[in-house]
Design a protein around this ligand. Structure first.
Ligand code: OAD
Length: 254
């Protein structure tokens, strides 16, 4: 047998426990890996494709302008998948930690599972799959509105104000991050412990937050069964699944 058994403590976990016991400010950035155990497919692992397309080919303004029906069909399919999923022990542990003073959570996930687990004030770096916006950006519609109907009817959905096309309330490749969201995420890099969980750390600017946290003196930790571009520079790498590592660290804290 090579490597630790499932459920067995990883080397270095006690270092994270020790840091968290000190009670400083904890900030966490999550990616699709945190929802993997809930059954939400990640983007870049096997299962991340839809009809042979990669997310980068569908999640763009150009793809939507070309074929809004196809892009909405993909989002409708993902919304249906997510609606059938529940938060897992990784989300639940982070929800419990969100009651620590100074805790901040920035997620790249659009699935809403952190909120469903009870985490408040989540910084949704890439928006929400449960929100819609007016594709034309008409002045009468709110910037984003909630719509959790599954399946969508009609599809593609329409803007309630101008009757034009609605778009998913997510950040697409090539689009900027909302300045207030970016500010909140940068604010979270001022902390004592900075955890990066379940992200391939390939998509910027989210992937650069860990460097900013380290620059400001945070103890940086990555939790991911696979190595990523930030593994080399993180102070501690815990190469295990989030749904096992986080509850184990939490149990050791109490
Ligand atoms: P990816 O699919 O790129 O990466 C998922 C990461 O989760 C990989 O590094 C896996 O090794 C890891 N992983 C898988 N199972 C895990 C588990 N049980 N516990 C911990 N980690 C696990 O997803 P993201 O990094 O979130 O953007 O992708 C970043 C962005 O690219 C997304 O927000 C989305 C995407 O295209 C937009 O749509 C703009």
């Amino acid at each position: 047998m090579t490597g630790p058994l499932p459920g067995e403590e990883l080397p270095g976990e006690e270092l994270l426990v020790e840091r968290l016991r000190q009670g400083g400010r904890l900030s966490v950035v999550t990616g699709a890996g945190v929802s993997a155990a809930s059954g939400v497919p990640t983007f870049r692992d096997a299962g991340g494709l839809w009809r042979g397309f990669r997310a980068e080919e569908l999640a763009t303004p150009q793809a939507f302008a070309r074929d809004p029906e196809a892009v909405w069909e993909w989002y409708d399919w993902r919304r249906g998948q997510i609606a059938a999923c529940d938060p897992n022990p990784a989300h639940e542990t982070l929800a419990a930690w969100s009651r620590r003073p100074g805790f901040r959570l920035v997620t790249q996930n659009v699935d809403g599972l952190h909120e469903r687990a009870g985490t408040e004030a989540v910084v949704r770096f890439h928006g929400s799959i449960w929100e819609l916006g007016c594709w034309d950006g008409c002045a009468e519609a709110p910037a984003r509105w909630w719509d959790d109907s599954v399946p969508l009817d009609p599809r593609p959905p329409r803007c309630p104000a101008c009757g034009g096309l609605a778009r998913p309330g997510v950040v697409w490749f090539g689009e900027g991050i909302d300045p207030a969201v970016l500010e909140a995420a940068l604010g979270a890099t001022a902390c004592d412990v900075f955890l990066v969980v379940g992200t391939s750390s390939l998509v910027h600017p989210a992937a650069g937050l860990i460097d900013e946290a380290r620059r400001q003196g945070a103890f940086t930790v990555e939790i991911n069964p696979e190595a990523t571009p930030v593994s080399e520079s993180a102070d501690l790498v815990l190469p295990g699944p989030a749904e096992a590592v986080l509850p184990r660290v939490d149990a050791a804290l109490t």
